[in-house]
Design a protein around this ligand. Structure first.
Ligand SMILES: [Zn+2]
Length: 371
């Protein structure tokens, strides 16, 4: 454009000089010709300048090629490409950062996918897409789960635990039932397990009593609402870790024992997320948690309406040839179980059973997964 203008200016100056020379030489006839040339040149210049400006304005609407983001973002993994961690311990993610030439730091947009490659191995696949839609190269980290051989040995030698009764209390603590349950346990000198829900300040002392009196505290969940906790894997894991952190703040203990609301065999979760129990049962173990179902249920949240029914249901399901994990509830107003508890303990003691709390030697009695 600039080149064109310079040529035009030179031509114009040329014509002016020509007209000036003709004027000096008083050549009237030639001067008329020169004026026509001058006018037509001016018109021509105006037209070409108008055309040039129009095309430049159009071009400005298109973003110059140099500004179009065609460069994919980059993900950098912290730590090793291959991470090993022991079974029953928590996997600690070494982290990653993602940067893009236009968007800057887009680490929070990174998607992490898990892909199982073997029984003891899975891949974490990290990818990110920038705002212009450019996808980064996928970075993969392999996570190897190392078996805890010592633990396997000790649990296989004691795995049977025949004739042991594990009393477990779900859905507490409650201000009316739990203190009395604890009193009876103390009086009978036996230890039990409490899978608790979220608790308010007034119940904190019960959480501390459970721990201080030597029982096992386990996680049932911050919430028990199926439609909240089984909507996604993350929702469930948050429901556990949230309560785990709260229990830690109250007691100083980090518990890894859990029980699924509805049990691991529940089918209600199908309504919210297909296959979630299959994924969660695997994930809990990979992240160092344990989960326990039951093989004796006193049906105190179901068909048992009296203390006699609770007692009889319990007695009829006990077996000397295996470990017995007994499902009971210490939720509020559950007096039938509270009233049956002493007789239940006496029955066990008188018939050669022993009572233990859940610990690492307890066989992980689980139902089959149905979702
Ligand atoms: Zn429950």
């Amino acid at each position: 454009m600039i080149v064109l203008s310079i040529i035009e200016i030179i031509l114009l100056i040329g014509v002016f000089i020509w007209i000036y020379i003709l004027y000096q030489n008083k050549k009237e006839k030639s001067m008329r010709k020169a004026r026509i040339v001058l006018i037509s040149m001016t018109i021509l210049i105006v037209i070409t300048q108008f055309y040039i400006h129009k095309t430049i304005l159009n071009k400005k609407e298109i973003i110059p090629a140099s500004q179009v983001d065609t460069v994919a973002p980059i993900i950098v993994l912290n730590g090793e490409k291959e991470v090993k961690f022991r079974q029953n311990t928590r996997y600690i993610e070494p982290g990653y950062t993602a940067t893009d030439d236009q968007d800057g730091n887009i680490t929070d947009k990174v998607k992490v996918e898990r892909e199982k490659v073997a029984d003891d191995k899975y891949d974490l696949r990290y990818s990110v897409t920038d705002s212009a839609g450019n996808k980064s190269e996928v970075q993969t980290r392999t996570v190897i789960v190392e078996k805890n051989l010592e633990k396997d040995k000790s649990s296989s030698s004691t795995a049977n635990k025949a004739g042991v009764i594990y009393l477990t209390f779900d859905d507490g603590p409650s201000l009316d039932i739990t203190p009395q349950v604890l009193d009876i346990l103390k009086d009978e000198d036996i230890k039990a397990t409490f899978f608790v829900l979220n608790y308010g300040e007034t119940k904190e002392y019960l959480i501390n009593r459970i721990v201080n009196e030597g029982h096992t505290i386990g996680i049932h969940g911050f919430s028990h609402e199926y439609q909240e906790i089984y909507v996604s894997d993350e929702a469930y894991m948050n429901n556990i870790t949230r309560l785990q952190e709260k229990i830690k703040a109250t007691t100083g203990i980090t518990t890894k024992y859990t029980r699924f609301p509805g049990g691991s065999s529940n089918t209600i979760s199908k309504k919210y997320s297909l296959g979630i129990m299959t994924r969660l049962t695997q994930r809990l173990l990979e992240e160092g948690y344990k989960y326990y179902d039951w093989n004796v249920s006193v049906e105190d949240a179901g068909s048992s309406k009296t203390k006699e029914e609770v007692y009889n249901t319990y007695v009829s399901q006990l077996s000397k040839s295996r470990a017995n994990i007994v499902l009971m509830h210490d939720f509020t107003k559950n007096n039938k179980t509270l009233d049956a508890l002493r007789d239940m303990i006496h029955y066990g003691k008188e018939n050669g059973y022993t009572f233990e709390k859940i610990d690492d030697d307890t066989p992980m009695i689980t139902h089959g997964v149905n979702n």
